[in-house]
Design a binder for this molecule. Structure first.
Ligand SMILES: NC(=O)C1=CN([C@@H]2O[C@H](COP(=O)(O)OP(=O)(O)OC[C@H]3O[C@@H](n4cnc5c(N)ncnc54)[C@H](O)[C@@H]3O)[C@@H](O)[C@H]2O)C=CC1
Ligand SMILES: O=C([O-])CC(=O)C(=O)O
Length: 328
């Protein structure tokens, strides 16, 4: 029997990432080739973005996707999140050259408070959320705190782009492919303080740390992964859209359908493990079975890693303190 359609909300749907995301979700790339979806798309309630959203919806019609059961375009969060099973919170102000993601904190805090409240009121009680809009970890914290009736564990932030970047550049360094890399971890914040940790990683079954030079790893690779977003902005004049959309889709796909034991990185509200205070949204390694993620626990944290993990935590605590008055 055909599956019942599920409701997928995308905010900022007519933006760069939205445009790179909608058609893949409607094609089945996120929830599988037998799962019909109803797309519920939110854009700012202003003429230009609403007009652009209409254009996106025309294109969705013209794709004639067999899995697209219905769609809604709106400027009202309560319409967009109504009964939503999945939400991809993309809509936010992107940074320009010379800005760090945390410069966007206050501009975006209000958006995520409003959307958290709307989800609390009207979404499915089991909604699964990924926050992409920057600063993603703290925006997710705000949305989670603004939705006290929903399970905290269902709020996640996107670290998958960082994870994918870390996997690709490690594989490329030793002339292997991404398929050869297992057990990558990117701890912490989606910011230059993130810590791509290769201590557990293997490349074609060999320990990665034995295949690459430690000075390269510490002095070049770690900062390069942390600053990759800025490097793309410099080159494109716009922030990463295709790779960000791809990361969000694969994050949700893995959560919905499972990873078959493979480690991926998700920003999760901390359960206190690894010395991260509870509720802070922090990148950690997980494996997924359909509908459920499980943290990889009990990894040894050495002195270098502790220092890196504490530095990215410190930044998250500062971001959290900066929005304290906005989270109620
Ligand atoms: N977490 C990550 O790894 C990444 C995050 N990002 C972030 O994703 C966000 C979106 O990036 P782009 O799509 O490139 O930006 P964009 O500016 O092209 O699109 C954002 C869209 O969101 C809409 N929007 C703004 N406020 C809204 C609101 N309150 N409700 C609904 N829609 C709203 C805008 O009208 C616009 O169409 C930015 O914050 C960017 O920094 C981008 C790349 C990677
Ligand atoms: O750097 C940005 O603002 C966009 C982003 O988050 C990334 O590409 O990692």
């Amino acid at each position: 029997m055909a599956k019942k359609p599920v409701r997928v909300t995308v905010t900022g749907a007519a933006g760069q990432i939205g445009y790179a995301m909608l058609y893949r979700i409607a094609s089945g790339a996120m929830l599988g080739p037998d799962q019909p979806v109803i797309l519920q798309m939110l854009e700012l309630p202003l003429e230009k973005p609403q007009q652009a959203l209409k254009g996106c919806m025309m294109e969705l019609e013209d794709c004639a996707f067999p899995l697209l059961a219905d769609m809604v375009g709106t400027g009202d969060p309560k319409v967009a999140f109504k009964d939503a099973d999945y939400a991809l919170l993309v809509g936010a102000r992107p940074r320009g050259p010379g800005m760090e993601r945390k410069d966007l904190l206050s501009a975006n805090a209000q958006i995520f408070t409003e959307q958290g409240k709307a989800m609390n009121e009207v979404a499915s009680r089991d909604i699964r959320v990924i926050v992409v809009g920057n600063p993603a970890n703290t925006n997710c914290y705000i949305a989670m705190k603004s939705a006290p009736d929903l399970p905290k564990a269902n709020f996640t932030s996107m670290m998958r782009l960082d994870h994918n970047r870390a996997v690709y550049h490690l594989a490329a360094k030793v002339g292997k492919t991404v398929n050869d890399v297992e057990k990558m971890v990117v701890w912490g914040n989606h910011s230059p303080t993130m810590y791509p940790d290769i201590r557990f990683a293997t490349i074609a079954g060999q320990p990665a740390s034995k295949l690459v030079d430690e000075a390269w790893y510490r002095n070049e690779y770690i900062p390069m992964i942390g600053k990759r977003g800025a490097t793309v902005i410099e080159a494109r004049g716009l922030s990463s859209a295709a790779s960000a959309a791809n990361a969000a889709i694969t994050h949700m796909r893995d959560w919905a359908l499972g990873t078959n034991g493979k480690w991926v990185t998700m920003g999760l509200p901390s359960d206190g493990s690894y010395g991260i205070p509870e509720d802070i949204l922090y990148g950690v390694p997980v494996t997924c079975t359909p509908g459920k993620y499980e943290r990889v626990k009990g990894l040894e944290i050495d002195a270098f890693s502790r220092e890196k993990m504490d530095a990215t935590l410190k930044e998250l605590l500062e971001e959290q303190a900066a929005v304290k008055d906005l989270v109620g």
